[in-house]
Design a protein around this ligand. Structure first.
Ligand code: SF4
Ligand code: SF4
Length: 143
């Protein structure tokens, strides 16, 4: 099991298309308040947080962006990638009223796994959407 106390960096990867109109506030707030996908993070630990988008479909840029980060933090501060956790935003992982999950989700997960970085899913969770997902009200029936 992943020990989040041993992580220093949280990298939130968000959908590039969605971020054209979203500030990312709900992701930031969820992290700040340790709710949704961040509920398991210890509240008393100060993490460094970095947001990035996937770079657009098919998400291939994630590999370049994350390997750039891994190189930079190793070189500049001797921080290994084992101290990084990648958190995939809910607009990428979840079905909701506005959109479906990323059609390239498995591909993105594969890229991150190939880099040897730990990864988690979900950021902000809207209660009403979660309820609707449980009731199977969204057409793709994902999660
Ligand atoms: S999960 Fe919500 S707040 Fe976060 S990037 Fe996606 S749409 Fe924006
Ligand atoms: S690859 Fe997925 S997460 Fe990235 S822009 Fe396309 S739909 Fe959004």
């Amino acid at each position: 099991m992943m020990d989040l106390k041993c992580k220093d960096y949280v990298v939130i990867v968000q959908c590039h298309i969605v971020k054209e109109r979203c500030s990312g506030y709900n992701c930031e707030r969820a992290f700040h308040e340790r709710t949704g996908g961040f509920a398991v993070y210890p509240k008393d630990k100060a993490y460094r947080v970095l947001n990035m988008t996937c770079g657009g479909c098919c998400g291939r840029a994630v590999q370049r962006k994350l390997s750039n980060l891994a190189r930079r933090i190793k070189k500049e501060e001797d921080i290994g990638k084992d101290r990084v956790v990648v958190q995939l935003s809910s607009c990428l992982t979840k079905d909701n009223f506005h959109s479906s999950p990323c059609p390239h989700l498995d591909y993105l997960k594969g890229l991150i796994a190939k880099l040897g970085m730990d990864m988690r899913e979900d950021t902000f969770i809207y209660e009403k959407s979660e309820q609707r997902r449980k009731e199977g009200l969204y057409s793709t029936g994902s999660q």
